[in-house]
Ligand binder design. Structure first.
Ligand code: PEP
Ligand code: MG
Length: 595
C-alpha cells in the first residue's frame, strides 16, 4: 500500500480501479477483461490494414513515379509489417491485458530505445518514421475529434482517473458517470480543472508529482479529495475505514441541505447574495439545487471545448445562451465573453498527435493576447459572440462581463464592438435590448483604477483567482509555487479594500467571483471588507450560507480593520482564525427568517 499527499481540490471520496491518461501523446491505459483481449488485438490488426491502405493510396497520389519518394512510403509500409512494432504491441495486449493504444505506445517506446542505441545518424533518424507510423496507427485505432468521450468509451464504471495533466477541455469531455474521481501530477486549486471538479462533485487531488508513472492500470486506488490523500493498493481494512469516512462525509453533506433553501443573512441582518460560477450546462442543475441566487459567472469559453471555434456559429452560441437564460430566469446570468488565448483557439484541429483535443481551455498564456485583448484583435469572432448574446438577451436577464481588462480604453473599445453588433442586428430587423455591462477586475492595473471603471460600467466583478496571481507574481497553475499564492497577503487585502471603496463611492454594484469566496475562513473577512455579493462553485454555496448565518457583519468589519493593519500573512491568519472561533462560538444559528 502506498499513501501519497497532494492538493485536495474537490472534496469527497472515490474508490475504484485506476485508469491512466497521458496527455502527451494523448493516451489512456485501462485493464481489459480476459474475454476482451482478442478484441483489442483485432483493433490493432484493423488499424494496421487501414494504415497500409492509406499509405499505398498516398504513395500513388503523391509520388507519381518519383522513385526516391516511393522509397519513403515503401519503408513505412515495411515498418507496418515488421514484427518489431505490431507483434510487440499484440504481445503486450495479451501479456498485460491492457488496451491497444497503450500497448502500441509500449511497443513504440521499446523500438525507440533500440533506435537511440544506433550509432549511424541516418539510421537513427528513422525513428521519426516509426513515430509517424505510430501516429497513423493511433489515429486508425479510432481516435477522432470527439476524443474525450471516445477515449473512455470502453472504460468500466466505478473507475478512477489518474492523469499526468487533465486539461479543463478534456475534463469537460469526460463521461464522469464512469469515474468516481481523479488524481493528477499537475494542477492547483484555482486551475479550471479543479474548479470544474468542484462544480461536478468529482472528488479530486492534484499536484501529486509523477503519480501517473507509478500507478498500474486496474490497481485499486482511493481518493480522499478533502484530505488530499491518495492510497494505492490499500488493504481491506483501509478500504473499510475509507468507506466509513465516506459515509460520514455524505451525512455531513446532507446536514447542509437545509441551508440550500434559506437566505444568506448575517446575525445582524445584512443580506448577502450568493450566486454560482458555471462552466458547463450541467452545472446549472447544481446551481439551482444548491440554492444559488443566479449565475454570477458563466465562463463561456467552455463552449470552445465542445467544438472548433469556426464551427461555434452565432446560432449555436445563441441556442446555448438562450437555454441558460431561460432556465435561470427570473434570476440573472452574467456571461463572461471568451477568456482564452490565441494558442488555445489554434489548438483545433491539429489534433491528437500533439495530445490535444478541442480548443484547449488550459493554462492560458498569462500575459499575452488573451481574453478581451484577443476578442478585440479578432473582431469577427467577438461580434459573432456579442450578436448571439444580444439575441439571447430577450429570453432572460443577461449581464455581460468583459474579462482581463487592463485599462479603460479596452472597455470603451469593447463597447464600440458591442454597438456594431447591435447595429447589425437592428439592420436585420431585430430589436436587441440594452444589456448591463461589467468588467472583471483581475489585473492589478484595473484594480488600481477601479474608480474609473466604476463610473463607466453597470457593475464590477472581482476575479481574485487572477488578481492574486498577478499581484503576487505567482503562477496559479504551477504547483511548485502554489504555496506563495496567498489570498491573505496584505497587498491583496488592501487592493480589495480599494476596490470596495471605489465601487461604493460611485454606487456601482460590486461582486466577487474568485475561488476566495468559497473558502469558509476567507468569506467572513470579505464580508468584513464590505462585500455583499459573491459567486462561487455551486457545491460551496450551502457551507457559505451556513457560515454567513453565524456571522455578525459588524464584528467582521472590526476584524477586517484590524487585519488591514497587520504586516504578515501569518499574523493575519492567526488573528482571523481566533476572531472567527469567537464569533462562531457566540452565535447560535440565527433566526433571520429561514424562509
Ligand atoms: C478569476 O480570475 O478570479 C476568475 C473568476 O476567472 P478565472 O478563474 O476563469 O480566470
Ligand atoms: Mg480570471
Amino acid at each position: 500500500m502506498q499513501r501519497l499527499t497532494g492538493i485536495g481540490v474537490s472534496p469527497g471520496i472515490a474508490i475504484g480501479r485506476a485508469v491512466l491518461l497521458k496527455q502527451n501523446p494523448l493516451l489512456v491505459r485501462f485493464p481489459v477483461r480476459a474475454g476482451r483481449v482478442e478484441d483489442e488485438v483485432a483493433r490493432l490488426e484493423r488499424a494496421r490494414r487501414l494504415s497500409e491502405e492509406q499509405l499505398r493510396d498516398i504513395k500513388a497520389r503523391v509520388t507519381r513515379g518519383a522513385s526516391d519518394l516511393e522509397h519513403l512510403f515503401d519503408a513505412q509500409i515495411l515498418m507496418l509489417q515488421d514484427p518489431m512494432l505490431l507483434a510487440r504491441a499484440i504481445d503486450v495486449v495479451r501479456r498485460e491485458q491492457v488496451n491497444a493504444e497503450w500497448a502500441l505506445q509500449r511497443a513504440f517506446e521499446d523500438v525507440s530505445a533500440i533506435f537511440d542505441e544506433i550509432e549511424d545518424p541516418y539510421l537513427r533518424e528513422r525513428r521519426g518514421d516509426v513515430a509517424d507510423i505510430v501516429g497513423r496507427l493511433r489515429m486508425n485505432l479510432g481516435y477522432g475529434r470527439a476524443a474525450g468521450r471516445e477515449l473512455f468509451r470502453d472504460v468500466e464504471e466505478g473507475s478512477v482517473l489518474i492523469a499526468d495533466e487533465l486539461t479543463p477541455s478534456m475534463a469537460a469531455q469526460v463521461d464522469w458517470s464512469k469515474f468516481g474521481g481523479f488524481a493528477s501530477d499537475t494542477g492547483s486549486r484555482t486551475y479550471h480543472t479543479a474548479i470544474l471538479a468542484r462544480s461536478l462533485h468529482v472528488p479530486a487531488i492534484v499536484g501529486l508529482g509523477d503519480i501517473s508513472s507509478h500507478v498500474r492500470p486496474g490497481s485499486t486506488v482511493v481518493i480522499d479529495g478533502a484530505a488530499g490523500e491518495l492510497l494505492i493498493d490499500p488493504t481491506e481494512a483501509e478500504i473499510e475505514a475509507t468507506r466509513a469516512r465516506s459515509a460520514r462525509w455524505t451525512r455531513a453533506q446532507r446536514s447542509y441541505e437545509h441551508y440550500r433553501a434559506i437566505p444568506a443573512v448575517t446575525t445582524d441582518g445584512l443580506a448577502i447574495s450568493i450566486q454560482a460560477n458555471v462552466e458547463l450546462p450541467d452545472d446549472l442543475l447544481f446551481a439551482q439545487e444548491y440554492g444559488a441566487d443566479g449565475i454570477g459567472l458563466y465562463r463561456s469559453e467552455f463552449l470552445l471545448s465542445t467544438m472548433p471555434p469556426d464551427e461555434l456559429s452565432e446560432d449555436i452560441q445563441y441556442a446555448a445562451y438562450r437555454s441558460m437564460l431561460e432556465r435561470v430566469a427570473p434570476a440573472s446570468v452574467a456571461v463572461r465573453t471568451f477568456d482564452v488565448d490565441e494558442e488555445q483557439l489554434m489548438a483545433w484541429p491539429q489534433g491528437l498527435d500533439q495530445g490535444t483535443s478541442g480548443a484547449q481551455v488550459r493554462s492560458r498564456g498569462p500575459l499575452g493576447l488573451r481574453a478581451i485583448r484577443l476578442s478585440l484583435a479578432r473582431r469577427d469572432m467577438f461580434r459573432t459572440q456579442l450578436r448571439a448574446l444580444l439575441r439571447a438577451a430577450r429570453h432572460g436577464h443577461l449581464r455581460l462581463i468583459f474579462p482581463f481588462v487592463s485599462g479603460i480604453e479596452e472597455l470603451r473599445e469593447a463597447r464600440v464592438v458591442l454597438q456594431e453588433a447591435t447595429d447589425e442586428l437592428v439592420r436585420q430587423g431585430e430589436t436587441p435590448p440594452r444589456i448591463p455591462i461589467g468588467v472583471m477586475l483581475e489585473i492589478p492595473s484595473a484594480a488600481m483604477t477601479a474608480d474609473l471603471f466604476a463610473r463607466e460600467v453597470d457593475f464590477l466583478s472581482i476575479g481574485t483567482n487572477d488578481l492574486i496571481q498577478y499581484s503576487l507574481a505567482v503562477d496559479r497553475t504551477d504547483a511548485r509555487v502554489s504555496r506563495l499564492y496567498e489570498p491573505l497577503h496584505p497587498a491583496v487585502l488592501r487592493t480589495l479594500r480599494l476596490i470596495v471603496h471605489a465601487a461604493a463611492r460611485c454606487h456601482t454594484p460590486l461582486a466577487l467571483c474568485g475561488e476566495m469566496a468559497a473558502d469558509p475562513v476567507l468569506l467572513p473577512l470579505l464580508i468584513g471588507l464590505g462585500l455583499t455579493e459573491f459567486s462561487m462553485s455551486p457545491s460551496a454555496i450551502p457551507v457559505a450560507k451556513q457560515v454567513i448565518r453565524q456571522l455578525c457583519a459588524a464584528d467582521m468589519k472590526r476584524v477586517a480593520r484590524e487585519v488591514l493593519r497587520m504586516a504578515t500573512i501569518e499574523e493575519i491568519e492567526r488573528h482571523l482564525l481566533a476572531s472567527l472561533s469567537d464569533v462562531v462560538r457566540q452565535a447560535p444559528e440565527n433566526g433571520n427568517g429561514g424562509k
